[in-house]
Every structure is written in C-alpha cells, then in structure tokens.
Design a protein around this ligand. Sequence first.
Ligand code: SAM
Length: 190
Amino acid sequence: MQIIKNCLGQSHDIACRVVKEGDLVIDATAGNGNDTAFLAGLVGATGKVYAFDVQEKAIKNTTEKLEAQQLRDRAILIHDSHENMTKYIDGCVTLVMFNLGYLPGGDHNISTKFESTSKAIESAMSLLKINGLIVMVVYYGGDSGFEEKNALMEYIKNIDSKHYSVMRAEFVNQANCPPLLICIEKLSNN
Ligand SMILES: C[S@@+](CC[C@H](N)C(=O)[O-])C[C@H]1O[C@@H](n2cnc3c(N)ncnc32)[C@H](O)[C@@H]1O
C-alpha cells in the first residue's frame, strides 16, 4: 500500500482527524453518496450530515447508499445547489466536504461551476466553527475542463489569511490531471 494516498483518501484522513461523534457536517456534493455515507459513519448516531446535490438522480443514489448501510437517519438530503446551504443550516459546522466535477455514471454536462462553487465556499466559511475545515477534491481536465479549477486556484489565494488558513496539495509527476486537494481551516471569526 502506498503511504501517500490520493487526494480523495487524504480528504477522508483529514475528516477522520477532525470529525467527532455528534458533530454537524456537510457534504456539498452528494453524488453517489460515498462521501455522505463515510461522513455519516464519522458523526455517529448523535450527529448529522447535510448533503446537497442539484440532481434528483444523485439524491436517489445517495438515499439508496445510506439505506444499504443503515445510515439513512444520520443524513438530511437536500435537492438544491450548495450555494444555498445557509438557508438550511445555522452554523457550528465541523467540516464541509466538496468533491467537484460531474456525477460518475451520470451526465457529464451537469458539473460543478466556479460561480456556484465560490458562493458555496463563502457560505461554508460562514458556517464553520473555529478550527472547522473545508476539504475539497478538485477534478479537472477531460470532460470537466480547466475553467473551474483555474478560477478556484486564483480565488483561494485571496481568502483573508487573518481568519482562514488555506492549503493546496497536488501530485506533480502524474499524467492525466490527477485531482488536487484544497483545505481551508477557519482560524477566527471575521
Ligand atoms: C464528483 S460528484 C460527487 C461525488 C460524491 N461525493 C460521491 O461520493 O459519490 C459531483 C456532484 O456534484 C453535483 N453538483 C454539481 N453542481 C452542484 C451544485 N451547484 N450544488 C450541489 N451539487 C452540485 C453533481 O450533480 C454531482 O453529483
């Protein structure tokens, strides 16, 4: 087994370190429900995962995944864009996970876009508790293109360093645009 995991594995390792039983967390891109189910395992019976997706098919797939793992009661599934997350949640969130791109096995044209992703990051930052984290796996190249990734790379450089610590990790010697990881930790309230 490789020591340096891929970016998805690293995002899960980070989540394991920060999320505790009873926490409130968000899966901003539910998709096929893998991350929602993973997070539902971490928050335990007393915690909650709010999971968003713009596609009915993703909400259905996520529901089925949770039911198969007896985790359905730990998640609230919302068929809406993640940029609207503050309409549904008040605050005190430990972790917000994003897995950008399109639904695997779905329509590649329905993909995350910089405009809504950046608004969702703003909303997520406002909901995080101190030392709460955003972990974001960015898929790009191929059908996803480069537009969202390039705009995000510029955007994150300008997040206020007084209140947030922002890190980006990427594999620099792999072919075919391996996904990269962005982590944003809230240090203090604005
Ligand atoms: C790469 S998939 C997510 C994979 C998922 N985390 C999993 O574990 O299976 C990206 C998902 O983001 C969704 N998406 C695209 N734009 C969105 C938006 N504005 N708000 C919420 N979800 C969105 C897509 O419908 C797609 O299901």
